[in-house]
Write a protein that binds this ligand. Structure first.
Ligand code: IMP
Ligand code: MG
Length: 183
């Protein structure tokens, strides 16, 4: 595979994550929050974000996978991966969300199918509030109208890896967000 190209260097990520944490701290002053990380891509973002939020906070994790014929990694890179929107829950939250301030933490907001599904699912728990934090946003790929409440960076339609994001499960541990060239 051709070399990865840095799109967002680690220093910029750190700065933006601090800003998002400050915003969350301010928005929920005097209250507690539950961060619900979407496995596995959000693990690194959640860990950096949550440690800078100066609030009484707990963690939970939710796992999802999409039905349909997932293309090979190479095809996914070329054409993106458009699931049918039918999402399968592989791990539910462990604690009650009722009456709580829930912040769903996701690596990237792409077509919006996953988060639309998760939002509906979590709203059924009757939380006090439900917000979405996404490190990255590819607005040009959206199929369902959904906006993140705390968005790190809007990016063009490129396939990116690092800081939790994978290509066939690889590169999650890269410190920078990098573009996988489509040639
Ligand atoms: P969607 O918003 O339902 O289309 O899906 C979002 C999910 O697609 C994310 O949680 C990622 O797992 C995956 N995804 C979308 N774009 C990328 C990318 O550029 N790199 C790696 N994973 C991606
Ligand atoms: Mg993924």
């Amino acid at each position: 595979m051709a070399e990865l190209k840095v799109l967002i260097p680690r220093e910029e990520i750190a700065k933006r994550v601090s800003e998002l944490a400050a915003q969350i701290t301010q928005d929920f002053a005097g209250q507690s929050v539950i961060f619900v990380g979407v496995l596995k891509g959000a693990a690194i973002f959640l860990s950096d974000l949550a440690r800078q939020v100066k609030l009484d906070a707990t963690f939970d994790f939710i796992g999802v996978s999409s039905y349909g014929n997932r293309p090979t990694p190479q095809k996914e890179l070329q054409n993106g991966w458009d699931s049918t929107g039918e999402v399968k829950l592989t791990k539910d939250v462990d604690q009650s969300m009722q009456g709580k301030n829930v912040i769903v933490v996701e690596d990237i907001l792409d077509t919006g199918l996953t988060l639309t599904y998760l939002k509906k699912l979590l709203l059924a728990h009757q939380p006090r509030s439900l917000k979405i934090a996404a490190l990255l946003d590819k607005p040009s790929r959206r199929k369902l109208p959904l906006e993140g409440d705390y968005v790190g960076f809007k990016i063009p339609d490129e396939f990116v890896v690092g800081y939790g994001l994978d290509y066939a499960e690889k590169y999650r541990n890269l410190a920078d967000v990098c573009i996988v060239p489509r040639e």
